[in-house]
Design a protein around this ligand. Sequence first.
Ligand code: ATP
Ligand code: MG
Length: 328
Amino acid sequence: MKRVVSGIKPSGDLTLGNYLGAMKRWAENQHKDGYENFFFVANLHAITVKQDAGQLKKRTYDIIAWLLTVGVDPNRSVIFIQSMIPAHSEICWILNNFVTMGELGKMTQFKDKSAKAGREGQLAGLFDYPVLMAGDVLLYDADEIPVGIDQVQHVELSRVIAQRFNNAYGETFKLPKAVLSEKTSKIMSLNDPFKKMSKSGTEDSYIALDENPEKIIKKFKRAVTDSDSIIRFGEDKPAISNLLTILSEFTEKSVDDLVREYEGIGYGQFKKDTGEIVAEKLSGLQQKYTEIRSDEDRLKNIIKEGNSNATTLANEKVSIIKDKLGLI
Ligand code: ATP
Ligand code: MG
């Protein structure tokens, strides 16, 4: 049995990138044989950037409801909230002593995010979050971490930390492996195809899952394109390639088929079609979401059950580690 662990931060409205790069893949993974899935709301990670308390709470439930909407099934997967399991914070402190500031300083995400954050935003939490992330996966003996390409470096660091602990105290942690989805390891921003689409990006750069059809269509119409006017996939066509990837996901047609279909057709039509198809598919999901989100009692029960399953494993791991370290 292979165990999969992955999380999403309630740090903004969920985007098409989160859906195609993570949530949709998580739902699919449940139907593969031999996998045990753990998905969580990474709310402790979210506070490395200032959050409004009310929004943070609301978005935590929003994520659970979206997970259910896209097909993550609480009977097949353990769904939990990071902050409700103290073992995450506890292991983070312990693992802090198995990683150097030099190693953390090399993390691209830290460099990107701290550059954006300004002087007041240079928080120790932002610097340290890869260690919390290592704890998130090491607590559960995760085998595979399905992530977007932006998170691969952090999974690699988790392996380094785990190996270092194992060398010092004997076999304790499994070494996790990052698993990239072949199709959509990275959805790019609509107004800058060299940047990842992120929920913390600017309004025009992303499509939020709960956006209305008019807005979605408008955003695709405004999406930047590449120099010539041919619809083709390739490294020299980052903007069009990104749109082709998105359209392929929503039509279930291959990129090659789409390129054939759009031969001789201009960017304008292509972007209009993409916007309309995405808008239509998302409104179907939004209807389902509204219904699921309205039953907060049910969401709370799902969380309670998931937390309880996760806590059992997490506490067991923490007590093994404490014992090895001589912590009473
Ligand atoms: P933030 O800007 O706050 O970091 P985010 O959009 O990057 O938000 P995360 O909560 O950091 O979202 O990531 C949740 C999951 O979604 C991770 O597995 C991450 O790799 C994946 N993901 C995020 N953005 C993209 C993207 N543009 N393409 C593919 N996967 C993505
Ligand atoms: Mg991110």
